[in-house]
Design a protein around this ligand. Structure first.
Ligand code: ATP
Length: 218
């Protein structure tokens, strides 16, 4: 669904991504983890055509939808109107399916999005992306600023969507969550992929465990 090949992206003379290669297959759930400034947002912006690569290629198939970092909801608009905005390219703007998938949004449908809790807002952002009828969902920092229980609830929902055949690229600073949810992962540091493989393997590697999971080496 996503094929990023030898991608280099620069801001002027500064190189933000340096020869990054990454794939997400049909119905696959893949994580991209890395610290602040590693180049994660640059990768998202290049994937969605906002930034132009200096070299390399980005190929996508099917429909891509983004749950952006910080959610970017329209605060004065109702939950239902925010959801509808996710389907601006579709003729069908029926929000019914999203309420079926995310039933906790049903009692909130008329509430201004700006009045919701962080977790509820993240749910609306997820619902808005689902309104596009995506084949692959790109989620930028799903867990940022949310309580562990809320994150668990979102993760459970994502697992369900994935079980239904949705491919996911999960971009996370919370490596534990990302490695737990996804079968495969990439580690991005200073614009380069420094490790990749099955999540269980990465979680077991001393470098990843020390740097990202807060575990002592040895
Ligand atoms: P964060 O988690 O903090 O959002 P990130 O992994 O998303 O970090 P990017 O925002 O993609 O990282 O930044 C990658 C590198 O590119 C950083 O060194 C950053 O300072 C630099 N950078 C990002 N945006 C610009 C810009 N508009 N002009 C110049 N340099 C930039």
């Amino acid at each position: 669904m996503i094929k990023i090949d030898d991608l280099t992206v620069r801001y002027g003379v500064a190189t933000a991504l340096d020869g990054v290669t990454l794939t997400v297959g049909t119905s696959e759930m893949v994580a991209l983890i890395g610290p602040n400034g590693a180049g994660k947002s640059t990768l998202v912006n290049t994937l969605f055509g906002i930034l132009r690569p200096a070299s390399g290629t980005v190929t996508t198939s099917g429909r891509l939808a983004l749950v952006p970092e910080g959610r970017h909801l329209f605060a004065p608009l109702s939950v239902d109107d925010n959801l509808r905005l996710g389907a601006w390219r579709n003729s069908d703007r029926d929000t019914g399916l999203v309420y079926e998938l995310l039933p906790e949004l049903t009692p909130l449908r008329k509430r201004p999005a700006g009045r919701l809790s962080g977790g509820q807002q993240q749910m609306v952002a997820l619902g808005r992306a689902l309104m596009a009828g995506p084949d692959v969902l790109v989620i930028d920092e799903m867990s940022l600023g949310l309580a562990p229980l809320v994150v668990e609830h979102l993760a459970a929902n994502l697992r369900e969507r994935h079980a239904g055949g949705l491919a996911v690229l999960l971009i996370e600073q919370n490596a534990r969550l990302a490695l737990d949810l996804c079968t495969r992962a990439y580690v991005l540091e200073a614009g380069r992929i420094v490790a990749e493989g099955p999540s269980a393997e990465l979680a077991g590697s001393p470098e990843v465990a020390t740097a990202y999971l807060g575990l002592e080496e040895g």
